[in-house]
Design a protein around this ligand. Structure first.
Ligand code: FES
Length: 96
């Protein structure tokens, strides 16, 4: 039996105008909306967890499918796009 798909969402916040961060760009809202939308869709098999900084702060909000690739520049307004990426994860490891 394979482990459940686990999506890690960075909710790190860095303070300072010159220090972009995922939380500063809406990742906490994205996390809530992802959990709500997955529940609506009955996707109970997907685990969504908060994560500390991935080190890709300039490209956030960022998430990573555990054992898979990063997703960058995610939008709290479009959780469905993130959910779609679970079924066809991006192949790039680093942001463009
Ligand atoms: S703050 Fe999210 S990757 Fe650094």
């Amino acid at each position: 039996m394979s482990p459940p798909p686990t999506l890690l969402v960075c909710t790190n916040r860095r303070f300072g105008a010159d220090r972009p961060s995922c939380a500063g760009r809406g990742s906490e809202k994205l996390l809530k909306r992802l959990r709500r939308r997955l529940a609506e869709l009955g996707r109970d098999e997907v685990v969504v967890e908060e994560s500390p900084c991935f080190g890709h702060c300039r490209h956030g909000p960022n998430a990573r499918l555990l054992g898979g690739a990063f997703s960058h520049r995610l939008s709290a307004d479009d959780p469905d796009a993130v959910i779609a990426s679970l079924d066809s994860p991006p192949s790039q490891e680093d942001p463009p």
